[in-house]
Design a protein around this ligand. Structure first.
Ligand SMILES: Cc1cc2nc3c(=O)[nH]c(=O)nc-3n(C[C@H](O)[C@H](O)[C@H](O)COP(=O)(O)OP(=O)(O)OC[C@H]3O[C@@H](n4cnc5c(N)ncnc54)[C@H](O)[C@@H]3O)c2cc1C
Length: 374
């Protein structure tokens, strides 16, 4: 068993680290303070080819695997968690559904534009009355001639207003649960599509999150992703690998907190109490990283990975939250000041325990997978 990164993965990680440190991290505090989109950082990611990490080269992407993707998101999140979630959602749940369920025409039409970052991708599943219970969503997709007409409101959509393409889930059939749901590719410029309220969040201030309003949005049947009624499967599969990206986000936030508090302890001195807290944080971080790499490794080899991705998301995000709080505690009053990176890490980490399936939902998934008839 070889736990060493292969040279191509190590080389890719080093390249992303260089970009993250030089072109992403310098904007992190300002982006957080001013609640503004990190356009310099996203542009740097775009110019470096990080918007098409998982897209095969034949469609203009880098053609890398899930492990490379996890490494990429960890590096970006160590520098700026807001930038990491923008790039993560774009590459994973905003693009992967087309990669995995699109027909050849859809792939040729959309993937090259997503790979270059010309279009930013987004994923629109959640609604005001359906978060964890996504199968109860109410947005409708009514058949009309050769296409569909969509109506409804999605909430908490990452990349809202910036996205050029939304993967939208809507009810196209009479079945009131999962079997009635279909997935659609909706370009942002389509008539009837607009951004509604943008939410003022406690963290991830640079990542826009808000409502996607769909009013009599007409799309041709060619924009349906997968078969009619297959939308819930599309969403669940996208979220499975999405959780590897969220794990990367969590590892990045936790690593930043550990590195920053270590530097502070070296500089100002430290007692054994703080040493123990730091040691535990480092051990937890390393165990979380191994879970994430394992889930990514399974995914990249086409093996079943639902359980491992959920375990990884649960453990990595709980770990990031705990480490962020512990680092702030060690930093003391310097950490408690508004605008310190320690308090930013605490605010940024919280959402990770909620999105792409809350950590309670991860427990539901893990238990279901464990208790499947063997
Ligand atoms: C910053 C941010 C970005 C987001 N980005 C997107 C996006 O891009 N696209 C998108 O579609 N959605 C997005 N979301 C929405 C996110 O996926 C939902 O918030 C999440 O699925 C939880 O749904 P909810 O908030 O409605 O909580 P609810 O489902 O109402 O749950 C409330 C509480 O009950 C718990 N709970 C629910 N069901 C169970 C259960 N069966 N067993 C035990 N406990 C349970 C939950 O864990 C939670 O603690 C985002 C959310 C945030 C905060």
């Amino acid at each position: 068993m070889d736990l060493e990164l292969a040279p191509e993965h190590a080389g890719f990680r080093a390249a992303v680290r260089e970009i993250a440190q030089s072109a992403v991290q310098p904007w992190a505090a300002e982006v957080d303070r001013e609640h503004r989109f990190p356009h310099e950082a996203v542009q740097a990611a775009t110019q470096s080819g990080l918007m098409g990490v998982l897209i095969p080269q034949e469609y203009g992407g880098a053609g890398l695997d899930a492990l490379a993707f996890a490494l990429c998101i960890e590096e970006l999140a160590t520098a700026c968690a807001s930038t990491a979630v923008i790039v993560d959602v774009h590459n994973s749940v905003g693009t992967e559904p087309i990669l995995l369920f699109g027909d050849e025409q859809q792939k040729r039409t959309w993937l090259p534009r997503l790979a270059t970052g010309e279009l930013l991708g987004a994923f629109a599943l959640s609604e005001p009355s359906s978060g964890s219970d996504a199968a109860s969503l109410k947005t409708t997709a009514r058949r009309d001639g050769g296409g569909y007409v969509l109506n409804g409101t999605k909430v908490f959509i990452t990349n809202i207003g910036r996205a050029g393409l939304y993967v939208v889930f809507a009810r196209s059939g009479s079945d009131e649960r999962a079997a009635g749901i279909s997935a659609f590719i909706i370009p942002a410029e389509t008539r009837g599509v607009r951004a509604g309220q943008v939410f003022h969040k406690m963290g991830l201030h640079g990542s826009p999150t808000g409502e996607l309003v769909l009013e009599d949005v007409r799309v041709p049947a060619a924009n349906r992703l997968g078969a009619e009624g297959e939308g819930f499967t599309v969403a669940m599969r996208a979220l499975d690998s999405g959780r590897i990206g969220i794990s990367g986000q969590a590892l990045g936030i936790a690593r930043a907190a550990v590195e920053e508090v270590s530097a502070m302890m070296r500089e100002r001195g430290h007692g054994q109490g703080d040493d123990f807290t730091l040691a535990e944080a480092a051990a937890r971080l390393e165990s979380a990283r191994l879970l994430a790499y394992h889930a990514a490794w399974l995914c990249g080899r086409g093996k079943p990975f639902t359980r491992e991705a959920s375990m990884s998301k649960l453990h990595c995000t709980d770990t990031a939250m705990q480490i962020a709080i512990d680092a702030l505690q060690i930093a003391g009053e310097d950490g408690a000041i508004s605008g310190s990176s320690f308090e930013r890490h605490v605010r940024d980490a919280k959402a990770l325990q909620i999105y792409e399936g809350s950590n309670q939902v991860q427990r539901v998934v893990i238990a279901r997978e464990l208790l499947k008839a063997g």
